[in-house]
Design a protein around this ligand. Structure first.
Ligand SMILES: [Zn+2]
Length: 353
């Protein structure tokens, strides 16, 4: 990396990190050092949502009442919105509410364009992804055979971990848009899932130097839905399985054909690579925006949800989250209280462990 590009990267982070650390220093203390070992962690019962969803008053209290134990803040494009949120008065109040309700807080976002800042393309295109036409592009992800790109990503992941500290030592640095990775002569023999796992292995190694219990998610989604074939997960890398394109009109148990998009077959293949005990399912059962018209009411189906839980637990899954996009103040105005939250939480609490 050139001295110039390196200093740009650091300067950006120093600015973002310092601001949010100041904000966080007035909130609750970091509890990462007390995080349970991955295999011993209590089953996750979580929701994932963008900060805008928090217009619905006291989400942490609602989550606790529903029997949930984790709220994940998400941004579809960039972590900068999350950094801004945790610095804000609203963000600080939210974190305090979570601490009171003993709700774990995590962060997830499509991270690669921020882990390897796109400005570096001008000085060193070799860090970046080669597309199918053989051209380097700053659009999405990067070249996993560039040692500089991997090192930059790892350094910046450590900085984001400091800026957005989860209470669980679990990190979710997702690929950009769950989209394609590099097609350069060295990368092209590896699938997108394998390339992503190379990155995750590098990130967990860097994070564990400063936080030995750190864990990093391998997000199986879209292009990374097929199980990795060539690369093995390093200790601390766990499966997060997000079948966004599955059908919701029938239980998942009826979607087992490998030719079906995001079918259960993909989970079974991934569980041959990743330990089932630490694997998480990231579902869309509660995602109002996932179902037309996108503003509700949520087509909640208790029987389908229970059937899906049975399917997942039969494969050894213990940790569950659902996106809860769109369950905000406007939703309650339009459709009334989201009573399905209690059924979701109760279903997860009643799982046979
Ligand atoms: Zn490459």
């Amino acid at each position: 990396m050139s001295p110039n590009s390196s200093s740009v990267t650091r300067r950006d982070f120093v600015r973002a990190t310092a601001a949010s650390l100041i904000a966080l220093s007035t909130g609750r203390p970091r509890s990462n050092s007390h995080a349970a070992a991955p295999d011993e962690r209590p089953p996750i019962r979580g929701v994932v949502m963008v900060p805008e969803t928090l217009t619905l008053e006291n989400w942490p209290g609602r989550a606790k009442k529903a029997g949930l134990n984790t709220i994940v803040l998400h941004h579809p494009e960039s972590p900068r919105a999350l950094l801004e949120f945790v610095k804000s008065d609203q963000g600080q109040a939210f974190l305090a509410q979570c601490a009171t309700a003993q709700i774990n807080v995590e962060f997830d976002f499509h991270a690669m364009r921020d882990l390897v800042p796109r400005e570096l393309f001008a000085s060193d295109p070799s860090l970046f992804r080669m597309d199918e036409a053989g051209k380097r592009s700053p659009m999405r992800n990067f070249c996993v055979h560039s040692p500089t790109a991997l090192q930059t990503a790892a350094e910046n992941a450590v900085k984001y971990a400091e800026s957005l500290p989860p209470t669980t030592a679990s990190y979710y640095f997702w690929s950009d848009g769950c989209a394609a990775w590099c097609r350069c002569p060295r990368c092209r023999e590896l699938s997108d899932s394998d390339q992503l796992l190379i990155v995750e292995n590098a990130l967990v190694a860097a994070l564990r130097k400063v936080q030995p219990e750190a864990q990093v998610a391998h997000l199986a989604c879209h292009t990374s839905m097929p199980a990795p074939q060539m690369i093995k997960p390093a200790p601390g890398v766990f499966l997060q399985y997000a079948p966004v394109r599955r059908r919701y009109d029938v239980p998942y148990s009826q979607q087992t054909d490998r030719e079906q998009i995001d079918s259960l077959w993909y989970l079974e293949q991934n569980l041959k690579v990743f330990p089932e005990k630490t694997a998480q399912v990231l579902e869309y059962w509660l995602d109002v925006t996932r179902f037309p018209p996108g503003t509700g009411p949520l087509p909640w189906n208790r029987d389908r949800f229970q059937a899906d839980l049975k399917t997942y637990t039969s494969l050894g899954i213990r940790h569950f989250k659902s996106f809860a996009n769109g369950i905000d103040a406007n939703y309650v105005t339009r459709h009334g209280e989201p009573t399905f939250l209690a059924e979701y939480g109760r279903g997860l609490q009643n799982l046979v462990r």
